[in-house]
Design a protein around this ligand. Structure first.
Ligand SMILES: [Zn+2]
Length: 425
């Protein structure tokens, strides 16, 4: 089976290729890239006016499987991811049971393979049951193929235990994906601390809640030599902490989620609408601008979604009672293109670097590159189409997000995973 993609603009950050070329896929491999390819029997896709780029890689999703499959499962999550242009995602381990042993890693990897719509790489929890008391079976999970370790949903508050985990990560050359939140300092907060929270009569989460743990984690990364990746950076200080860390040669990177560069606390309509409730919270317009600039100047290398499905019932509760999080894999590409590319912060090439090539580099996986000979994970993105975001178009199970009716430009038209079409508009 062969696929011939004609006349698309190839954007391949790995090789800085940015030109109109044909691309031929044979089997699961990219076999040829040239100005005018002909191939009898190949399925031809006309990509005139579209970008042809490496399939997107999301370093941060919650597929809720095992245990919370009313929200999402590996099949619906994979379908949603393919719709959003993703070919690889990292699933966070805060499932039920927690992914803290090789058996659960194997369950997820086997099920994802069976579904066959997306590479779902299961991340391993750093501590047993994510209780923060003792290390989980990190070596066993590394052997079972985890790409990274993370306690996402919380921080390992015991710094000594955190350091032990980073020593294991460093020894086995896998990155640590760190959710940074000083749980004591949260003190019951559910949205950004400041005038807006006060006006709504809701307890706030200060920037320091995040910054303190980021600073700690960067210091522990320096001491252990581990590769540290900071999840969902939301504060202006986080950009400076990463900048300083990089200047010192510490292996630290950071990701931003679309909600943190598209929205700010001013957008929250009322305490009743928990589609604006996520953790970390929507910050100030000043924080948002710092994140956009951090992405533009390369300090923040990754755009991830923190795709966090919840049932309609859970999200019908108000800000104080609803769970944190919004879905994101089906809107990330359009939001990034609209806000950051059309907004003048990123070139299209940088967008695909932050959504595919850079994640692959940090995870040290042989993906995010559509050079000849590489696995054919490809996204075709039409940057011309304008439309509104509607949850009714989603392929995933949950609908919780604050973008209903929001106008965007740019859409995924085809997703190809290892030479197989996993989504076609
Ligand atoms: Zn998190």
């Amino acid at each position: 089976m062969a696929i011939l993609i004609k006349n698309g603009t190839i954007l391949n950050p790995a090789t800085s290729t940015n030109e109109v070329l044909d691309l031929l896929i044979e089997g699961d491999t990219i076999s040829k890239m040239a100005p005018s390819i002909t191939a009898a029997d190949a399925t031809v896709i006309d990509a005139t006016g579209c970008y042809v780029a490496p399939g997107l890689i999301d370093m941060h999703v919650h597929f809720r499987d095992p245990g919370q499959t009313a929200k999402e499962d590996i099949e619906t999550g994979s379908r949603a991811a393919a719709h959003g242009g993703y070919t690889t995602v990292c699933a966070m381990p805060n499932t039920n049971p927690v992914v803290d042993c090789p058996e659960v890693v194997k369950y997820v990897h086997d099920k994802a393979k069976q579904v066959g719509l997306c590479n779902v790489l299961q991340v391993g929890a750093m501590t047993h049951g994510m209780k923060g008391e003792e290390l989980s079976d990190l070596e066993g999970m590394i052997e079972a193929g985890i790409p990274a370790m993370s306690e996402d949903g919380k921080s390992v508050m015991n710094t000594n235990l955190f350091r032990e985990a980073l020593r294991v990560a460093a020894a086995h050359h896998i990155p640590v994906l760190s959710h940074c939140e000083d749980i004591n300092l949260v003190d019951g907060g559910v949205m950004n601390a400041g005038p807006k929270a006060e006006a709504l009569g809701i307890r706030g989460i200060s920037n320091a809640v995040e910054n303190i743990i980021e600073a700690r984690d960067i210091m522990v990364a320096e001491e252990t030599g581990a590769t540290l990746h900071l999840c969902h950076c939301s504060t202006k200080e986080s950009v400076e902490l990463i900048r300083d860390g990089k200047t010192k040669g510490i292996k630290v990177s950071g990701e931003v989620c679309p909600h943190h560069f598209t929205l700010c606390e001013d957008d929250i309509p009322s305490a009743a609408d928990s589609n604006y409730k996520m953790n970390p919270p929507l910050r100030t317009a000043e924080d948002r601008e710092a994140l956009r600039r951090g992405l533009a100047d390369g300090i923040l290398e990754v755009i991830s979604t923190d795709h966090a499905p919840h049932t309609a019932e859970e999200k019908s509760r108000d800000f104080t009672k609803a769970p944190f999080g919004i879905v994101g894999v089906e809107t990330a590409a359009a939001l990034t293109y609209t806000e950051l590319v059309l907004g003048g912060y990123l070139t299209p090439m940088q967008m695909f670097a932050k959504m595919s090539y850079n994640p692959a580099r940090i995870l040290d996986i042989d993906r995010g590159d559509i050079s000849v000979g590489k696995v054919a994970d490809v996204v075709i993105f039409d940057p011309r189409e304008t439309y509104e975001i509607h949850a009714s178009d989603f392929h995933g199970k949950s609908r919780n997000m604050p973008y209903e009716g929001r106008p965007v430009q740019g859409t995924v038209v085809t997703t190809i995973l290892a030479g197989k079409i996993t989504y076609k508009r």
